[in-house]
Write a protein of this length. Structure first.
Length: 548
């Protein structure tokens, strides 16, 4: 039985391959993770969210707010094999333990199987500008801790549900705004994007812009912390390290801050070129301790061409992976302000009743894909470490009567309400029982545990090769959590009537290295391999195990 640690703890490993450490917190806690003493390239993640992942044997770290419960730190040598490392995990509670829950009512009634409309994964919005504009981004109304970034620049990143913001000048073209949950907990938010015509004050049409790049506070820190930011053009940068409860120092790249002793404020200023930069904050005294870090950039812009105002080319669009959903684009109105809400958009709502591939037969439907907060990857399913195949490891599929019809395959035509057709970019697999089990079709790690109106309750499995499988229409209470490592053939949960579905089935999406959907049948090795594993094709009489 795996031990559950309490904070703080330190673990030294030598000759270890991938290893997971479970720890529990009694209340909402600011947690800091450090990975040091590595003899090869070793990385880590916390509940499936990656650490700083600097290449080679440089120290890795992670910090964030975790809610009461059990969490997992996974440490793994990059590329497999074994190695040595020291893992330190500490934390400082930011809220008292939650009171004991009241006793359940005598008749709790049926479980709530309605799909959640809350966002529990990152979402990307493409901001398209026809000219140079002053842009302000605000993240408000959060029910969980969400953060945002524009391009490579983080928003102010205030902890908890305090409002986040960013402002700066963006050139004509397409820019990415990413909103992501800091703790992986479902919630909702409002994103407001304001676009204004830049003023051309200053000599000869130049203007000065001050942008806040980093504005964070950390508590309970006992290891070095890395804070990254990016500049689109050269700028005069100022760094302020304040609120020290122990002696912290900092450096920008290889340049040290003023390094005044004790808990006095530290600072740094200088001109930095366009590109990515790091501020490292490290404790000189034994921790844990607290600090606040602010990084601002002052940029002198050249001659600014003043646009006449927002126009047809200025809009905000949803983006899945690297693909912009053209149907989702909303033009920025005359006032220059657009607001969107943080609900999971799903991917494909499926055919309405009576509009499926047959005459009046909707088929099982198509749930859509709520996404993967960890991003995408690529490649077909990987074999088990022992060389076992899909067929050898998943014979239990036969017991559940998994069947694939022609109309439910990858790239099958689906009818829209307006009479047009679209392509089904996943695979629908019918199951014989309303509580049929779902099995992992490849080795990997569960990286998201989300819900969306169309896909319903779901999990996403990141493959060892970097790709991902997304399993939709799952039972909310019967699905493995994020951070779980699975092997091909492992039971990962069961069917649940969640999302848009017209009968018990699994909506399976497989993506390639560019996070683009690929045919799951081809990725698994073809129909013959899947039939050997227990799937049936084009049959309503698929063989399944007799009830015991």
């Amino acid at each position: 039985m795996r031990a559950t640690y309490t904070l703080p703890f330190i673990a030294l490993e030598t000759g270890a391959s991938e290893k997971s450490y479970e720890f529990s917190v009694a209340s909402t806690t600011e947690v800091s993770v450090s990975l040091t003493g590595m003899d090869r390239d070793i990385d880590c993640n916390v509940n499936g969210r990656r650490c700083t992942n600097r290449g080679g044997t440089a120290d890795d770290s992670w910090s964030g707010t975790l809610h009461a419960g059990t969490h997992t730190v996974t440490v793994y040598p990059y590329g497999g094999g074994s190695g040595s490392w020291t893992l330190g995990v500490g934390g400082t509670p930011v809220s008292p333990p939650a009171p004991a829950p009241p006793p359940p009512p005598s008749d709790p009634g049926p479980p709530d199987s309605r799909p959640s409309d809350h966002a529990s994964r990152s979402r990307t919005y493409a901001l398209r500008l026809s000219a140079t504009f002053d842009v302000s981004v605000r993240l408000t109304g959060m029910t969980a801790d969400f953060d945002c970034r524009i391009g490579q620049s983080d928003c102010t990143n205030q902890s908890g549900t305090a409002d986040d913001s960013w402002s700066g000048t963006l050139d004509a073209g397409e820019h990415k705004i990413v909103v992501y949950p800091r703790t992986g907990v479902s919630g909702s938010y409002t994103l407001t994007v304001s676009v204004e015509t830049p003023s051309t004050g200053g000599s000869e049409g130049t203007r000065t812009q001050v942008t806040t790049l980093v504005d964070v506070s950390r508590t309970g820190v006992f290891s070095s912390q890395n804070h990254s930011f990016a500049l689109s053009r050269s700028a005069d940068v100022e760094v302020a390290l304040t609120g020290l409860t122990i002696d912290f120092d900092c450096r920008v790249g290889s340049s040290r801050c003023t390094n005044r002793w004790g808990t006095q404020d530290d600072s740094w200023s200088g001109n930095l070129a366009a590109g990515s930069h790091n501020v490292v904050v490290y404790p000189y005294d034994p921790g844990p301790g607290d600090y606040s870090l602010t990084v601002t950039a002052t940029t002198t812009l050249g001659v600014v061409t003043t646009p006449t105002g927002v126009g047809p080319g200025d809009m905000v669009c949803d983006q899945e992976g690297e693909v912009v959903d053209e149907d989702s684009c909303i033009q920025i109105p005359e006032g220059g302000v657009i607001t969107v809400t943080g609900e999971d958009p799903g991917e494909d709502p499926g055919p309405p009743p009576g509009a499926g591939p047959g005459e009046g037969d909707p088929g099982p439907g198509d749930g859509g894909d709520g996404g993967d907060g960890g991003g995408g990857g690529g490649g077909p399913p990987a074999p088990t470490p022992s060389g076992g195949s899909l067929a050898a490891a998943t014979s239990d599929i036969n017991c559940e009567g998994w069947n694939i019809d022609d109309g439910d395959g990858f790239d099958a035509d689906r009818l829209n309400e307006d009479g047009t057709t679209r392509k089904h970019r996943a695979l629908d697999i019918q199951v014989s029982s309303p509580d049929a089990s779902f099995f992992a079709l490849a080795d990997g790690t569960i990286t998201s545990y989300a819900s969306s109106p169309t896909c319903g309750h779901q999990i996403a499995v990141r493959l060892a090769s970097g790709g991902r499988h997304v399993y939709c229409h799952m039972d909310q209470e019967d699905r493995l959590p994020a951070g779980t490592t699975v092997r091909v053939g492992d039971r990962i949960g069961s069917y649940g009537p969640s999302g848009v579905t017209f009968g018990p089935h699994l909506h399976l999406k497989v993506t390639d290295s560019n996070d683009q959907p690929i045919d799951p049948v081809e990725a698994a090795g073809g129909e013959s391999v899947m039939m050997d594993a227990g799937f049936s094709f084009n049959s309503s009489d698929s063989e399944h195990c007799a009830e015991e």
